[in-house]
Write a new protein. Structure first.
Length: 338
C-alpha cells in the first residue's frame, strides 16, 4: 500500500450509504422518492456486507478491529461486536457521524479528533487523540518558507496564498477565488487547487494573471505547499484542518454549510473559539464574493495577526495522534476475551 512501511492486504466488502441532506425536514426527505429508493436499495448491501464481515473476521481472527467512521464501517463494526472482538472507533469531525453513533454503544474504545467537550460519547471510554497525519506537516520558519517556494517553482520573494477545496474541489469556492484572483495577485502569488476536472474558469483567468497558478490536485507535494504558504484558504474538513494546524499556518476557513449535520460549520467553530483561524461564511460570500479577496489581502498586510493565528492553531495540533491511537488499539486488543 502506498507510503506504508509494511505490506497491507486490502479486502473489500459490500456496504450501503444512508443519504441525508443537511437542512431538509423529515417530510422533505420522505417525499424525495429517488433518495428513498437508493437508501432502501443500499440496505441490501449493508446486510451483504455484514455477512461478508462475519466470514472475514472469523477467518482472520483479529485481536481488535479499528474503524474510522465511513459508512463502510457499519457492517464490519457490527460483526466485530457479534464476535466479541474489541472495537476501537475514531471520529475526526466535531459532530459524530451516523456510523459512529451506531457503533459507539458497541465500541470498546472511542478516540476523537477534537476535544471531548465537542462530543456526547461516554466519558469512561472516550479519549482525545487528535487525527493521525503525515509527519511532513510541521511548521516552517521564514527561511524555510522561502526555500520551499523556490523548490516548488514559485517566486521566493513574494507572499504565497494557497487555496484548496479538498481532494474533490469546491465549485463554489473556485468561482469566488477566480473572481477575486486579480486583487489577490496584486499583492501575492496565488496557488489554487481546484479539484480534478474543475480547472476550467480558473485556467482562463490565469492566462492574464502571471502570479495565478492553477492546479487540479497535488499529493506528495501538499505538505511542502502548506508549509510554504503565508496564508491558506480551505474548507473545513477535519483532516485538512489538522494538517494546516500541524504546520502552524495562518488560515481562512470557508466551511461548507450543506454537508450532513453541518459538521464543517461546527469544525470551523472549534478554530474560531480558539482564535486559531478566520472564518468567512459561505452565505455572506454568495452576497458579497469580494469579501474573500479582501480578507486574504488584509491578512497578508498584517504580519502580527498571521503570527498570532499561527501560534493559536499550533495549540490545536496533536502531533502524537498516530502513536496515541496505536496505543489505544493495542490496549483494546490485549483485553480481548480468550
Amino acid at each position: 500500500m502506498q507510503e506504508a512501511d509494511v505490506d497491507v492486504k486490502v479486502t473489500t466488502i459490500s456496504a450501503g450509504k444512508f443519504r441525508r441532506y443537511h437542512g431538509r425536514t423529515w417530510a422533505e426527505r420522505l417525499l424525495d422518492l429517488e433518495t428513498l429508493v437508493k437508501n432502501l436499495h443500499d440496505l441490501i448491501f449493508i446486510v451483504i456486507g455484514f455477512m461478508q464481515s462475519l466470514w472475514l473476521l472469523a477467518k482472520v481472527r483479529p485481536d481488535a478491529v479499528f474503524t474510522k467512521g465511513g459508512f463502510v464501517c457499519v457492517p464490519i463494526g457490527l460483526a466485530a461486536r457479534l464476535l466479541r472482538i474489541p472495537l476501537v472507533i475514531h471520529d475526526s469531525d466535531t459532530i459524530p457521524g451516523l456510523t459512529n453513533r451506531i457503533l459507539a454503544r458497541h465500541a470498546t474504545t472511542i478516540a476523537t479528533g477534537a476535544p471531548l467537550d465537542n462530543y456526547k460519547y461516554p466519558a469512561a471510554k472516550s479519549h482525545y487523540t487528535g487525527t493521525p497525519i503525515r509527519a511532513a506537516y510541521r511548521p516552517a520558519d521564514a527561511k524555510e518558507r522561502r526555500g520551499l517556494k523556490q523548490a516548488l517553482g514559485y517566486d521566493p520573494d513574494l507572499p504565497l496564498v494557497l487555496v484548496t477545496g479538498g481532494g474533490l474541489g469546491s465549485a463554489f469556492l473556485n468561482t469566488v477565488v477566480t473572481e477575486g484572483a486579480a486583487r489577490v495577485t496584486e499583492r501575492a502569488q496565488l496557488v489554487h487547487l481546484t479539484g480534478v476536472g474543475k480547472t476550467g474558469e480558473a485556467e482562463k483567468a490565469a492566462r492574464s494573471l502571471p502570479h495565478y497558478h492553477v492546479l487540479d490536485f497535488v499529493d506528495r507535494t501538499m505538505p511542502d505547499l502548506i508549509r510554504a504558504a503565508d496564508v491558506i484558504v480551505t474548507r473545513a474538513g477535519a483532516t485538512a484542518l489538522l494538517e494546516v494546524a500541524a504546520a502552524g499556518a495562518a488560515v481562512i476557513i470557508v466551511p461548507n454549510p450543506l454537508l450532513t449535520g453541518g459538521h464543517q460549520t461546527k469544525n470551523a467553530a472549534v478554530y474560531t473559539k480558539a482564535d486559531a483561524a478566520l472564518v468567512v461564511d459561505e452565505a455572506r460570500l454568495k452576497q458579497e464574493p469580494e469579501v474573500l479577496a479582501a480578507t486574504i489581502v488584509a491578512l497578508l498586510h498584517d504580519a502580527p495577526r498571521r503570527k498570532e493565528l499561527s501560534a493559536n492553531i499550533l495549540g490545536l495540533a496533536r502531533l502524537d495522534a498516530a502513536r496515541e491511537l496505536a496505543r489505544l488499539i493495542s490496549a483494546a486488543a490485549r483485553r480481548r476475551p480468550a
